[in-house]
Ligand binder design. Structure first.
Ligand code: UT7
Length: 336
């Protein structure tokens, strides 16, 4: 159903009216990894901040995690699946090439009226999907947009590569968007990419460039390749830049931010960015110690936990910051 045409585009602000998240039951601790590869709990904690991550069971797909997160977001918003106009799902680990995981989630939810598609922006996927969803509400096209980040990163891991296997984890987060009836809502979103750096983090094999073959599997090209060190440096610089861009666009200072909700890649990256913005760590939402880097799921997962704990309250100013493969990065400023 189409909303009535807005008098002026900017008059429709988009609000997050419900959040949900889901993580698989199985925990893999740093100690568990110590038994598999040459690493230590101390190294992983010191270099990343991660203590454990969740691993999906064999019969779980990205759509299953997404479905659970979405169900909770709908419940929190007291909205029915049939009310959803659009599902935008960010993932790097779709159930299959096609149909989209969004369509599979639509079926699981019985969101019969919705249009549905996937979006690929690696670890920045949630902020990208949020920006896309917001456009549909802001334009008056749709009334309810479900935005999901879901990942089973464990399916892309080379478990003998200690530089990547200690970092990633599985999970999903979802938010339901609707036109805002108050001052609350998304104030602005800012997206960037630099395709010239695509090979800093990628899964080279399995697609149309290097399709599945025995050679491809033998070389483990279907797993994550990451130049961690270079990525780290670009991440800190880009995240700081886009944070300032979002703040300046709204005439804000870092001191106006109640909570930074960053992509949970590495505690040292998050600390460096918070430091540059002079934001105390008490105002940064962190959960990577328990879940690792869940890629597109990390921001909505952290957001949902902080909302449910009562840490984030009405009127709080939130800054979402994301960075990932592509390279892609982005920010959203949200008044809760
Ligand atoms: O979410 C998408 C974006 N991704 C990121 O933002 C990831 C950004 N990068 C990082 O988080 C970090 O670069 C890592 C956590 C991946 C690596 O940390 P680092 O401090 O940059 O380590 P490094 O790659 O410089 O390696 C330092 C040493 C090396 O040994 P040598 O050559 O100095 O002898 C590595 O082989 O640490 C070694 N190392 C390990 N040692 C124990 C690498 N991984 C491990 C490990 N356990 N798991």
């Amino acid at each position: 159903m189409k909303a009535k045409k807005p008098a002026g585009k900017s008059q429709i602000r988009t609000e997050i009216i419900g959040t949900g998240s889901y993580v698989p039951e199985t925990r893999m601790t740093n100690k568990d990894l110590e038994g598999k590869i040459e690493t230590t709990d101390a190294w992983i904690v010191e270099r990343t901040g991660i203590r454990e991550r969740r691993i999906a069971s064999k019969d779980e797909a990205a759509s299953d995690l997404a479905f659970q997160a979405a169900r909770k977001a709908l419940e929190a918003a007291q909205a029915a699946p049939e009310e959803i106009d659009l599902i935008v799902l960010a993932t790097s680990t779709p159930d299959m090439f096609f149909p989209s995981t969004a369509c599979i989630v639509q079926d699981k939810l019985k969101a019969t009226r919705a249009a549905a598609f996937d979006l690929s922006a690696a670890c920045s996927g949630f902020v990208y999907a949020l920006a896309v969803g917001e456009q549909y509400i802001r334009s008056g096209t749709y009334q309810k947009v479900l935005v999901i980040g879901t990942e089973i990163m464990s399916r892309l891991i080379n478990w003998t590569d200690r530089t990547t296997c200690v970092i990633f984890g599985d999970g999903a987060g979802a938010v339901l968007l609707a036109p805002s009836s108050s001052e609350s809502g998304i104030l602005s979103t800012h997206l960037h990419s630099d395709g010239s750096l695509w090979d800093l983090i990628c899964v080279p094999g399995g697609g149309s460039a290097i399709p599945p073959s025995e050679k491809m599997l033998a070389e483990q090209l279907n797993t994550i390749k990451m130049k961690g060190n270079e990525t780290f440096k670009v991440a800190v610089r880009s995240l700081e830049e886009v944070a300032w861009e979002a703040l300046r666009a709204n005439d804000f200072l870092p001191s106006d931010v109640s909570f930074l909700v960053p992509h949970q890649a590495n505690l040292r990256i998050i600390r460096a960015v918070a430091d540059r913005l002079q934001l105390p760590m008490e105002r940064v939402v962190i959960n990577l110690d328990r879940y690792g880097n869940t890629s597109a799921a990390s921001i909505p997962l952290a957001l949902d936990e902080a909302v449910r704990e009562g840490r984030i309250k009405k009127g709080d100013m939130l800054l979402f910051l994301a960075f990932g493969g592509g390279l892609t990065w982005g920010a959203s400023l949200v008044r809760w």
